[in-house]
Design a protein around this ligand. Sequence first.
Ligand SMILES: [Zn+2]
Length: 202
Amino acid sequence: MNDCLLCEQKIASVPSWKALLALEKQTAICQDCSKKFQRADIKEEDKLLDQVTSLYTYNEAMREYLHQFKFLQDVALASVFANELRTLLKGDPTIVPIPMHPEKRIERTFAPVDELLKSARLPFTHLLEKTGMEAMGEKSKEQRLAVKPLFRLKPGTSVQPSTYILLDDIYTTGTTLRHAATVLKEAGATRVEAVTLIRAER
Ligand SMILES: [Zn+2]
């Protein structure tokens, strides 16, 4: 029996031979808390992104989750969606996390997207690096489209003619993911998909 990472109540586990043999994965949050997150199940296609899959919508529970995970730096919360991400992403394609600007990375002390993957025990490769520190949220759509490339290929890395999966925490306008996909495709990727934990309403 473990405590829910969000509300700290005990998670009642049904005694079973699977649990005894530790074949059943421990859940990080209780059922009451997991019900508060609203499924998105959004899959769509884009010119640059061959497929985008988002798991949840941005609701009150998710807003609180992100606040505690990213801003209050509660790294343990990376495990809340670990089982789900693992189920969705385990397999062959190379997972490429959307990188943070190094200065922001130091400020935050950890990279939330990397932590989601580590917690899900999924291997990943950093192929991209940030070119600048521009915050997308403060710009108009025209400014966002005119902006210089947000990412470049990380020196010393190479892209194969195969499928890559970009991972980001939240999809808002899609600009970030499209910039990242452009870099990978120009470097030779045949297919670039994206998975985000959250899809925010536009
Ligand atoms: Zn709970």
